[in-house]
Design a protein around this ligand. Structure first.
Ligand SMILES: [Zn+2]
Length: 265
């Protein structure tokens, strides 16, 4: 992450004021209408990731918009990872994924322009992730809690020594995403998880959490146990402590940037 050069006399960016929701009832543009209709078709046809979508020519006929609006609409969904577009012969659009990591990137744009800081992001992350752990522990399905957390109860701290950074981050996030899924609340799963994924993305870009990986894996075992046992308070507490450890190392690696705006990477 490059530090911004300060030019003499330049004002510090404190962010654009957060509006009170005036855009709530703004009418959709043609491209957004196409995107909305396509998403609705994906859902009603029960399509899954990887399924092919209609060709551009077929979509032009079906949605009755200009080629420009169709492409813009597809692009809106592609940026969110919700469709993939392979260019060239044999290519075409296909169904993508619903990944909170992409929601995290979108959040980063809003955070950046509003001047929201990494400290604020960390605070929201601890709040969100400990809430997820609490809701996961409160899932009334004992069997589901136990079987989901079982895989993480057996984790050995030293197993992860030889992972590269990407594998490490992926492994780490798979635990948090399993916890989030146990809440049984997709709104929380998507929005609350997006903070952690945003942090992970930025940390993997500027630093390296692997020096404390053994401690992190041991934390996961303790949290998994508390969730499997359905202990809500303990799950929340352990999750909070776990994140504090990660935040400490992040603060060390980010330096002065911690009090600066979240970057849109
Ligand atoms: Zn963790």
């Amino acid at each position: 992450m490059a530090k911004k050069k300060s030019t003499a006399g330049s004002k510090e960016h404190v962010g654009i004021p957060i509006a009170s929701g005036r855009s709530l009832l703004r009418p959709l543009k043609a491209a957004e209408v196409v995107a909305r209709d396509l998403v609705s078709d994906i859902a009603s046809e029960g399509l899954v990731p990887g399924d092919s979508l209609e060709s551009e020519a077929e979509m032009l006929k079906k949605y009755g918009v200009s080629r420009e609006s169709l492409r813009e609409g597809l692009r809106l969904l592609e940026v969110q990872g919700m469709i993939n577009i392979r260019r060239g012969p044999g290519g075409g659009p296909s169904v993508g994924t619903v990944d909170p990591a992409n929601l995290g990137r979108m959040h980063a744009l809003f955070f950046n322009l509003s001047g929201a800081t990494y400290s604020e992001l960390f605070e929201a992350w601890v709040f969100a992730e400990s809430a997820l752990a609490g809701f996961a522990a409160a899932n009334p399905d004992d069997e589901l809690r136990r079987t989901t957390m079982e895989a993480f109860l057996e984790e050995e701290a030293h197993e992860h020594e030889h992972l590269d950074l990407e594998q490490f981050v992926e492994g780490h996030e798979s635990f948090h995403s399993a916890v989030a899924a146990l809440t049984g609340n997709k709104v929380m799963q998507l929005t609350f998880r997006s903070y952690g994924l945003l942090v992970a993305h930025h940390v993997a870009t500027v630093g390296d959490p692997r020096p404390i990986q053994d401690a992190l894996v041991e934390d996961h075992v303790r949290i998994a146990k508390a969730i499997a046992e359905g202990d809500r308070g303990e799950s929340e507490r352990l999750m909070r402590e776990h994140l504090q450890q990660v935040i400490e190392i992040n603060i060390e690696q980010l330096g002065d940037l911690v009090s600066g705006p979240v970057e849109w990477l």
